[in-house]
Structures are given as structure tokens and as C-alpha cells.
Design a protein around this ligand. Structure first.
Ligand SMILES: [Zn+2]
Length: 603
């Protein structure tokens, strides 16, 4: 019988942000055991080189030092020995994101890839984890929240946890601190949410709404066989947004203002944002955590793993996240159409959709989507947003052409049955092959254009099949996200052809759009606006100033490039109609209305 690898983690020094991690290996490779720390974390496709945070590392056996030789940026090899060996590492942790490790006098949070070395060649061995308490008095009363299975620990307590192998060990983030916890069941499966942050919330309502949402998700693909628990870890600071998916849990960050207070009954736009985030990460427990691209089975955490399918795993997830809010009855149809209109707006405003396909965007996630620079709006397209629109177009197309017999739900069920339950992942051509099996071989042109092309999607025509009208208008202000007919502000009919960001009292050109007035005037990313037509240009007066000019008027623009004050002439043009909103066609016939109801309500 193989003896489990025994990990111990202890917040060693809260002030210095140091964890101590010990790893006992009973039967190391007699040639010299190699230990490796992942370069990236599944779900976030960027090389992060977590080993750079190791500040000290040594090996010992029966109390005596064993030589440890560094092989490369992420791996160490111990001197050959046939006895049990213990690796001891100190790891700096001050990355307070869902993909990092963090430790201070308010809490401890870690993801396995940041802190746990793998025992190379023995990744399939069971892992035990002792989670120990910090010694500092400020940590009194802290509780432990993780989806890792308890072996010898009370609920929410320090003690011993277990994982069946290394891949599972690093798939359970751990939060330790002063937590607010809510619990609920979905089809008899225990679910919990643990919230960190100085926040007062209506926990009963959050649990009730999450239960409704999770129930509707399970209806689509069914509870996976190994799905016996689920935990939402939520950090709610003043500002922030993001999430990372795992098989039995997810880490979420949202603003505390996104969470409902006691006495609030309606679903505000900001609470809808939180529910959308929850919905997104929960759908991932099927789509990418169990149903994976073949390129991720198994994960190679030492270097980039390339696939053209990220649009399937993030785009289709982004389509269902909002759609299931509507299907669960948490938001009405109009509210869902507003969210879809905002997604369409984000895609239309990305000029890069004419340069990069979603297949290319997926493949280059590592160097382009995750490393966006000032030229990103001109050069790349998000496989999340365009992927979601491809999913919507495909869903409506399948429904229309099969007279309601077939939908994306059926495609996802088939993908799940074929690749969601075993070890083999979805091959690169797998998604299209399943669609062809279900719908016949007339989808080739659609996929070529939608996935490998850079033209417009036939979404407007597809929305018409369910009695939804598609409208384009000009943005009304810098903060206009689309989705609504009006945003309540007066129209800003002219534009500079640039994205501007306001920080530290400065209005900076964050990107300059190809072919626009700012580019023609010689403005570069990073330039700081000073004055337009002799008057200071600020974040506060920007929209009003632009409303005061006439089309084709040439104006003097003063700006800083570095510390050089510069002047140019800029000619304003009509703001493009790049803002979308959708509306329900009240005159649609009964068959169309039935198709729409089916789309928004089916499971
Ligand atoms: Zn996602």
C-alpha cells in the first residue's frame, strides 16, 4: 500500500506574510526525488511562476539535512535516499486575488498551486493536509472554510483534510478568518457560502436565491456522480470583481455593495451582477472542471497548454450564466435581454473582432487575452463575450431550424455524456462534431465564419426568430454600457475615437482606436489630456464638453506625453452606433412567442 503524501501548512508569520509548508514523502524516488511548484493555476491561463514566492526551502530525513539542488525556475531535486524525506518551504503570500495566496493579520487564503509542491512521478498518490492555526492572538476565533474533505477535523476547524491525489489537493482553495457562513441544500447535496469582509448581508436571502439558481443549473446537466458538496468562498471588499472555478467550490470577489441588505426585496442591478458571477462559476463545475478540453487532461502545470476551445468553456459558460438567471425566475425576461444587450455592446465596441477570431483568441489566451496592452481593443476579441454571442446565435439557430426539437441544451448534454464523465477530454474538433451529429452537416459554414472568421454573427436575424428586436444607437456617455434604450443622460453625439481612463486626477488615453480622430491627431496610448479648445478636459466635464461642439469641427487639444507638453488639432466625428439594446416584439405571432418562452424557460 502506498502511504499518502503528508502536507502541513501553518501561517508562520502574519506580519511578514509567510506560510510554512512541510511535505513528508514516505517513499521518495531513490534516484533523487524531484519536487515541482506549478507555473499556473487551472482557470487562469497565464504563466505566474508561483515558485518565485518561495523564500526558503530545504529537505531533511530523520532529522538530518538532505541536499537539495535547484533544477530550474520551478523544480528542486533532493539527494538520493531510500528513507522518508521531508521538504520544508517558506512561502511569501501577499496576492489577494482568487488565483493567489494571501496572509495578513485579518485572514489567510491560499490556492494549492501557490503553496504545495508536487512530488514528481507520484502525482496520483493520496494527499493529506494538516491545516494549523497561526500563533498570533489576532487570529483567535478564525474559522477554516474549504471544500476539501475532512479527515480529522470538525466543520470549519483546523485539523487534517484529505484529497485523492495532487490534482485534487490543489483544486480546493482554503479561506481562514472571521467568516460569515450560510448553508443550504440543493437536491440533498450540502452547499455553503463563506463570506469574508466587513460586510452585513441578508444571508437568509442569499442562501434562498443561490439555492434557486443552483437547482436550475443541476436541471440542465444533472448532478455529477462525485458531486456531494459545494462551497462558495466570497471576499466582499469595497471594490472588486472576479472568480475562479473549482470542482467542489469557487472563489469569488465582488463589491460589498453587490450584496443585499436585510429588508431589500428587489433584485438591483448590482445584486444581479453578483448572482451572474455565482451562476458563471457554478456552471463551470460541469463546463471546464469535469468536461474539459483534451489539452487539459491531464493539466501540464509547468507550461502553457494550447487549445482553440476556450470559447466553448468560457463563452458558453458566459451565455448560460445570465440565461439561467432568467430560467430560474430570479430576473424577468426584460432584465435578461438587457444583460444580453450589454454583452453585444462589448463585442461591437471591440474593433479587434475584425482582426482575431475566437479560435485564435482561445489559442493565444496566454499571451494576448491575459496580457492585454493598450492596443488590445484594436487587436483582440474576448472569447468570453464573443463566445457567449456565438452560443446565443447557435442556440437560436438550432431551435429555429429544428422547429424547437433541438437546442444548445441538447448539445451540452451530449458533450457531457461523452466527455464529462471520463478521463478523456473533448478533442479540438469535438464540439463541432457533436453539433453535426445532432443537427446534420449543414453547420460547417456557420462554424467557419463564427469560430474561424472575423465577420459579424447573424445574431440579429436569430433573435428575430424569437420575437426579440435588435437596436443600435450611439453611446450616451463614457459610462454607458448599453442594454437599455436610454441611459438617462443626454446624448454625446461626437467622439475622439479613444478610450480614456481617469485615475489620480488625470484623464489618460488608455487606448487609441484605429482610424479614429485621436489616432489621426497623433495621440498615443499613455498621453494625458490637458485641455480641449482652451478649456481643461477632465473626467467630470468630458461628456459635457464633447456635447458643446459641432461635427467636423477642428479643435486644439493640449496633452502631456511624459513630461512634454504637446499640442495637436483634432477633428471630432459622429460617435459610432456601437451601443445595443434589445426589446420584445409585442406584435410577434403566437408561434414566435412560444419559441421565446421555450428559449427562456427550458431546461
Ligand atoms: Zn469562467
Amino acid at each position: 500500500m502506498t502511504i499518502a503524501h503528508h502536507y502541513t501548512i501553518r501561517p508562520k508569520d502574519l506580519g511578514a506574510h509567510l506560510y510554512e509548508v512541510r511535505l513528508e514523502v514516505a517513499a521518495p524516488d531513490p534516484q533523487g526525488q524531484v519536487f515541482a511548484i506549478p507555473a499556473w493555476i487551472p482557470g487562469s491561463y497565464m504563466i505566474r511562476d508561483y515558485a518565485k514566492h518561495v523564500v526558503a526551502i530545504r529537505a531533511e530525513s530523520e532529522g538530518r539535512a538532505v541536499g537539495l539542488h535547484k533544477l530550474d525556475k520551478s523544480r528542486w531535486q533532493a539527494a538520493p535516499t531510500d528513507r522518508a524525506i521531508t521538504l520544508v518551504a517558506e512561502i511569501y503570500a501577499h496576492d489577494d486575488s482568487v488565483r493567489g495566496a494571501h496572509l495578513d493579520n485579518t485572514h489567510a487564503y491560499f490556492n494549492g498551486p501557490c503553496v504545495f509542491p508536487a512530488v514528481e512521478g507520484q502525482e496520483n498518490v493520496q494527499c493529506l493536509l494538516d491545516i494549523q492555526a497561526p500563533r498570533e492572538s489576532c487570529a483567535k476565533g478564525w474559522r477554516v472554510a474549504t471544500s476539501m474533505r475532512r479527515q480529522d477535523a470538525e466543520p470549519y476547524a483546523y485539523g487534517t483534510y484529505e484529497a485523492s491525489d495532487y490534482a485534487e489537493l490543489i483544486d480546493h482553495p482554503v479561506e481562514i478568518g472571521d467568516l460569515a457562513v450560510g448553508e443550504f441544500e440543493v437536491r440533498g447535496i450540502p452547499h455553503a457560502i463563506a463570506i469574508r469582509g466587513r460586510t452585513r448581508v441578508d444571508m437568509a436571502r442569499i442562501c434562498r436565491d443561490l439555492q434557486t439558481l443552483c437547482e436550475r443549473h443541476i436541471e440542465l446537466l444533472g448532478a455529477p456522480q462525485d458531486f456531494d458538496r459545494y462551497l462558495f468562498l466570497l471576499y466582499a471588499p469595497g471594490k472588486g470583481y472576479g472568480g475562479l472555478e473549482h470542482r467542489w467550490s469557487s472563489s469569488l470577489v465582488c463589491s460589498r455593495d453587490n450584496l443585499p441588505q436585510r429588508g431589500e426585496e428587489d433584485i438591483s442591478d448590482s445584486y444581479r451582477t453578483f448572482l451572474g458571477l455565482v451562476s458563471h462559476e457554478y456552471f463551470h463545475l460541469w463546463n471546464i472542471k469535469r468536461l474539459k478540453p483534451a489539452a487539459f487532461t491531464p493539466y501540464d502545470l509547468a507550461s502553457e497548454s494550447y487549445t482553440q476551445l476556450m470559447w466553448v468553456f468560457e463563452g458558453i459558460t458566459s451565455y448560460y450564466d445570465d440565461l439561467v438567471l432568467a430560467r430560474s425566475g430570479l430576473i424577468p425576461a426584460e432584465s435578461y435581454l438587457e444583460l444580453l444587450g450589454q454583452t453585444i455592446t462589448r463585442v461591437i465596441r471591440s474593433g479587434g473582432r475584425h482582426r482575431q477570431s475566437v479560435a485564435e483568441s482561445s489559442f493565444d489566451a496566454w499571451t494576448k487575452f491575459y496580457k492585454q496592452d493598450a492596443n488590445a481593443p484594436n487587436a483582440i476579441i474576448s472569447y468570453y463575450t464573443k463566445g457567449a454571442l456565438i452560443a446565443a446565435t447557435l442556440d437560436l439557430k438550432l431551435r429555429a431550424e429544428s422547429d424547437g426539437e433541438l437546442s444548445l441544451d441538447d448539445v451540452m448534454r451530449s458533450c457531457w455524456d461523452r466527455w464529462g464523465k471520463g478521463e478523456e477530454g473533448m478533442p479540438e474538433e469535438g464540439f463541432e462534431a457533436i453539433c453535426t451529429e445532432l443537427a446534420g452537416d449543414n453547420l460547417g459554414d456557420f462554424f467557419d465564419a463564427a469560430l474561424r472568421g472575423t465577420g459579424e454573427l447573424p445574431l440579429q436575424a436569430m433573435l428575430a426568430t424569437v420575437g426579440v428586436d435588435y437596436h443600435l444607437r450611439q453611446a450616451r456617455s463614457r459610462s454607458d454600457k448599453g442594454g437599455k434604450k436610454k441611459s438617462g443622460k443626454r446624448l454625446t453625439p461626437l467622439c475622439l475615437g479613444a478610450n480614456l481612463s481617469a485615475a489620480g486626477g488625470k484623464l489618460t488615453f488608455s487606448s487609441v482606436l484605429n482610424g479614429g480622430p485621436a489616432e489621426q491627431a497623433g495621440i498615443a496610448p499613455g498621453d494625458v489630456a490637458v485641455a480641449l479648445d482652451g478649456v481643461a478636459l477632465t473626467a467630470a466635464n468630458y461628456d459635457n464638453r464633447l456635447r458643446s461642439f459641432r461635427r467636423a469641427e477642428t479643435l486644439e487639444l493640449v496633452f502631456f506625453r511624459g513630461d512634454d507638453l504637446m499640442t495637436t488639432n483634432v477633428t471630432l466625428v459622429d460617435a459610432p452606433k456601437n451601443t445595443c439594446y434589445l426589446s420584445i416584439d409585442e406584435k410577434a405571432d403566437l408561434a414566435t412567442v412560444a419559441r421565446r418562452d421555450d428559449w427562456l424557460n427550458s431546461a
